[in-house]
Design a binder for this molecule. Structure first.
Ligand code: OOG
Ligand code: MG
Length: 260
């Protein structure tokens, strides 16, 4: 059964309140098994519009999620999804993260794209994405599910803006012709210790292929948009005082420090 506009607004309100009050809620699909992917994106859009109405907030781009096998296995959801990024989600690398400001935060390393010119959706390809990209850079994504125990169905997590809680941009911006992102290596460290490693191909065979899928899904990408292409490995659960870094072969290093 299709959910009404009023129900979409009510579901969005539940997620918004959970985020604002830093408490998790049961999965929306538990009370609404009829929540489908399209309706979930409508819930996501509702809260993103609310976010954009906030002071100083503007659209900055998109996030891809569950684009690697490691992430799909970790979350038990076997399809990719996308979410929306606003300026308020950008977390400066030099600012320590207050873990207590979030419900149950995690972090993961990603390869990010800065789109240099408008990319048409219907015909988007891996090569087309690379041609439209101004530069690629490394990012750490901060995740925080608004759901109990960080568990969800595909529709639930889409409604929750793909668990988006922040993006740390770092390293260096390289032209896509200067680095083969498919073969780019990454070492993930927690408090200096290696916790995981990956290559760019972990994401959809080629991170730009994931971005092409996004472009087709959302009907094109505008010049200036940032797209994070999805976690390369399983995420790391954050704790006060923790330092997590992702060191890439050519893209450099991006670091997140948690406040003590
Ligand atoms: C859902 C968001 C997934 C990624 O990069 O795979 C995601 C989640 O894991 O909470 O951002
Ligand atoms: Mg992610």
């Amino acid at each position: 059964m299709e959910l009404t506009t009023a129900t979409i607004a009510a579901l969005a309100g539940e997620l918004h309140a959970a985020e604002a009050e830093r408490r998790s809620i049961p999965q929306l699909s538990a009370a609404h098994p009829e929540l489908d992917v399209d309706t979930a994106y409508a819930v996501q859009r509702h809260n993103f519009e609310r976010r954009l109405a906030g002071p100083g907030e503007s659209f900055v781009g998109y996030k891809l999620g569950l684009t690697s096998r490691a992430k799909q296995l970790a979350m038990g959801v076997t399809a990719p999804l996308w979410g929306r990024l606003s300026s308020g989600l950008l977390h400066a690398e030099e600012t320590p993260l207050d873990v207590g400001s979030l419900i149950h935060p995690r972090v993961e390393s990603e390869i990010a794209f800065l789109i240099g010119r408008d990319l048409e959706g219907a015909t988007a390809t891996t090569a087309g994405v690379l041609a439209a990209t101004e530069g690629v850079f490394p990012a750490l994504e901060i995740l925080d599910s608004r759901y109990d125990d960080f568990r969800f169905t595909l529709a639930d997590v889409i409604a929750d803006n793909a668990s988006a809680a922040g993006v740390v941009c770092g390293g260096r911006l390289l032209e896509p012709g200067a680095v083969d992102v498919q073969l780019e290596g990454m070492v993930l460290r927690r408090d200096g210790e290696v916790v995981d490693t990956a290559a760019g191909a972990a994401v959809s065979g080629h991170p730009a292929a994931a971005v092409a899928w996004l472009a087709r899904e959302v009907g094109g990408l505008p010049a200036g948009a940032i797209v994070i292409s999805g976690g390369l490995t399983a995420p790391v659960t954050l704790a006060p005082g923790m330092v997590v870094s992702a060191e890439f072969t050519h893209l450099g290093t991006v670091t997140l420090r948690c406040a003590p």
